[in-house]
Design a protein around this ligand. Structure first.
Ligand code: MG
Length: 273
């Protein structure tokens, strides 16, 4: 895997010369630094303007793909006419605003039961934060004292184990998740969105955690993947922080805005002396 900044010209050339670009990106830890409380993550106005400008370009399609619930994600990003994928792929809103939910609402009851059990068993442990997100129940543990973590994990594991036919466990940085069993993941969402774009589209995906690995795999042969720290051997490039990824997107905007939009960018003409 190469360092994105060391090879930024290659990246920018590929993205600015492609017939069409699917610009797919994770949110937490990728567009904004990961926060200890999920409700603290805010998209800066200049990043919002950047995404909006890119999305308006006729050769760019933007998608934000996240583990957050779809409605939460849409409010935080606040741009119209882009793709939004929530809950790691269980909820998809296309640019025309049509929403698809890839789970059976009747299955949600098992997650409500699980949350009640977990709340009872973790009562008194400081820093435990529940976030019911529909088809996924997240238990945030960034605020839990480290000596209590093994206990929280074992409570979580054994509670989910009782519902293992319908639920599976996932783990991200600072979070345990119980999710409905199904085939939705970020990789399936990448393939789905890529499939709606013009043939020859270069799909770019950037993400920072374990759930993004499925997306890195899905991008192979279709485009370019960028792991925003921590690095992943599945990704083509590594970026050191969200600010670095944003900086590269700003340069892409600059290049695209300096050129007329069209299927093929004109080569700069030699000036006659
Ligand atoms: Mg992330």
């Amino acid at each position: 895997m190469r360092n994105l900044l060391d090879h930024v010209d290659d990246f920018l050339r590929a993205a600015s010369e492609a017939r069409h670009v699917g610009l797919l990106t994770d949110f937490d830890g990728t567009l904004v630094p990961a926060e200890s409380r999920p409700d603290q993550a805010q998209l800066p106005d200049r990043t919002r303007d950047l995404l909006r400008d890119l999305a308006r370009h006729p050769r760019i399609t933007v998608a934000v793909i996240s583990g957050r619930a779809l409605d939460d994600l849409r409010v935080r990003i606040g741009i119209e006419r882009i793709w939004y994928v929530g809950n790691h792929g269980y909820e998809i809103a296309s640019p025309d605003g049509k929403v698809e939910r890839l789970f059976d609402p009747e299955e949600l009851e098992v997650l409500r039961v699980l949350e009640e059990e977990l709340r009872r068993e973790t009562a008194g442990i400081p820093g435990v934060l529940f976030e019911p997100k529909g088809p996924i129940l997240a238990l945030h543990v960034r605020g839990v004292p480290s000596e209590e973590l093994p206990r929280v994990e074992s409570i979580f594991q054994s509670a989910v184990e009782q519902h293992r036919r319908r639920l599976m466990v996932d783990r991200g940085p600072g979070v345990f998740e119980a999710r409905l069993r199904g085939s939705s993941n970020k990789g399936a969402s990448v393939r789905r969105i890529h499939g709606t774009l013009p043939s020859g589209t270069l799909t770019v995906y950037a993400g920072d955690d374990r759930t993004d690995q499925d997306a890195f795999r899905a991008v192979r042969g279709r485009g370019i993947s960028v792991a925003v720290v921590p690095a992943s051997e599945l990704a083509d490039y590594a970026a050191a922080a969200p600010a670095e990824w944003i900086g590269v997107l700003e340069r892409l905007r600059e290049i695209l805005q300096a050129r007329p939009a069209g299927p093929r960018p004109a080569r700069p003409r030699k000036r006659r002396e």
